[in-house]
Design a protein around this ligand. Structure first.
Ligand SMILES: *Cc1c(COP(=O)(O)O)cnc(C)c1O
Length: 416
């Protein structure tokens, strides 16, 4: 069968210029070859309606005003940009930290949760479902839903619920119902499957509040828009405080939401190098890491075509990271695209490097970073060694109080 040559660009021919000009994602929700909406027929009307309503809401001044008010009065925005002077001196560079750790509930996830909860309210949803891995997104979603008076059900793998009992308690206190998932791997991947299944059963009155820049279109785009407040603020702040843009912006990459939020407003600034840091875990073998872009191959997971950790039969690989928030075998399609066009470099940081970065940040700056964010710090440190005298903007995605049990189990903590 031969097809007439198409006069339009095929998706995979999309370029960085297309992204900068706002032509991506395209109508199919594609970033070049990546993205799209691979969902059951029954969900198609729901994702299409979600995209239409999200676009309408984000162009509606009253919605934007309501969101901005919640971000300032409840989330605590704008978050500071903190010069990390002693850290910078020790590395031989200038370092600024974008402090998402100072937001309500302690991580960037709240930016997305409150934005989507407002959208759920606007859509007239009678309930919200969400998935959670370590529990951070579950807590953010529960808090946002309580704030707006919407019932919230959070799916969480049974293994994760056991490992992260304090977050289960937090969700309960914030009024959410927590459903433990005993199917599949009993972790985040299974929790997303269950949340999607719940949504499929009642897509009209249920809103699915997805926690990272993954999933079927429009989620990667929507989450990017809601998290871009990080990079938009940081860009203005660093121009005010430092007088010019940084040489590098660096963030950790799990599903990719805090990284895309920091990077997106800087993509057009060619002089700013962008570095995403994945979880290198304990080694390069299957099951020892969660470095999806580094070791992954293209495939479909949770409604999108992106890069994922799979074996030759398409079976999803086991993952490992000392930081629960990075322990996911997929990554958002915009990151897969940014990697393919070379605009963002992706590296890994090991468990050991991340643990050392936690100690260093505590000792030199008086800030206990989340283990996820410590991966960004470790990547920044390595880059600093190659670029003495440069200026580095680090996305401090969250605070480390949640990680104290892990840190205690790992030992260390002695003064550096
Ligand atoms: C969940 C989490 C991450 C990873 O998620 P992304 O979607 O990749 O940002 C990173 N940092 C913190 C503090 C988190 O809680």
């Amino acid at each position: 069968m031969s097809a007439a040559p198409s006069p339009r660009l095929t998706a995979s021919e999309a370029t960085l210029e297309d992204l900068i000009a706002g032509r991506l994602p395209d109508e199919q929700g594609r970033y070049g070859a990546f993205g799209g909406r691979f969902v059951p027929e029954t969900l198609m009307p729901a994702v299409v309606r979600l995209e239409e309503e999200a676009r309408r809401a984000l162009n509606d001044a009253s919605f934007v005003q309501e969101l901005d008010l919640e971000l300032s009065e409840w989330v605590g925005r704008p978050t500071p940009l903190t010069p990390a002077r002693r850290l910078g001196r020790s590395w031989g560079v200038t370092v600024y930290l974008k402090r998402e750790d100072l937001t309500h509930t302690g991580a960037h996830k709240i930016n997305n949760a409150i934005g989507q909860a407002l959208l759920a309210k606007r859509l007239g949803a009678s309930r919200v479902v969400a998935e959670t891995g370590a529990g951070q997104h579950g807590v953010a979603a529960a808090a946002a839903c309580a704030r707006l008076g919407i019932p919230c059900t959070v799916y969480m793998g049974a293994v994760d619920a056991k490992r992260q009992a304090p977050n289960v308690d937090r969700m309960h206190r914030l009024g959410a119902e927590v459903k433990e998932v005993t199917a599949g791997d009993q972790t985040l991947r299974a929790a997303i499957d269950e949340a999607l299944r719940d949504w499929v059963s009642d897509p009209e009155s249920t809103y699915y509040l997805l926690g990272s820049a993954v999933g079927p279109h429009p989620y990667p785009w929507l989450v990017c828009v809601l998290q871009s407040v990080i990079g938009t603020e940081a860009r203005v702040q660093i121009l005010q405080q430092h007088g010019r843009l940084p040489d590098l912006a660096v963030a950790c990459v799990g599903g990719g939401s805090n990284a895309i939020g920091l990077f997106h407003p800087l993509i057009r600034d060619e002089q700013v190098a962008l570095l995403g840091v994945e979880a290198g875990g304990m080694g390069h073998r299957i099951g020892e890491h969660a470095a999806t872009i580094h070791y992954g191959t293209p495939g479909v997971l949770h409604g999108a075509y992106s890069v994922l950790l799979q074996d030759q039969d398409g079976q999803i690989q086991e993952t490992h990271s000392v930081s629960a928030g990075l322990d996911y075998p997929g990554v958002g399609p915009e990151h897969a695209f940014l990697d393919s066009v070379g605009r963002v470099t992706y590296e890994t940081a090991s468990d050991e490097e991340a643990l050392a970065a936690v100690d260093e940040c505590c000792a030199l700056e008086g800030i206990l970073p989340a283990l996820e964010s410590a991966h960004a710090m470790a990547g920044a440190k390595r880059w600093a060694a190659r670029h003495p005298g440069s200026c580095i903007l680090v996305g401090m995605s969250g605070r480390g109080d949640k990680d104290l049990a892990t840190l205690m189990a790992a030992g260390g903590g002695e003064a550096t």
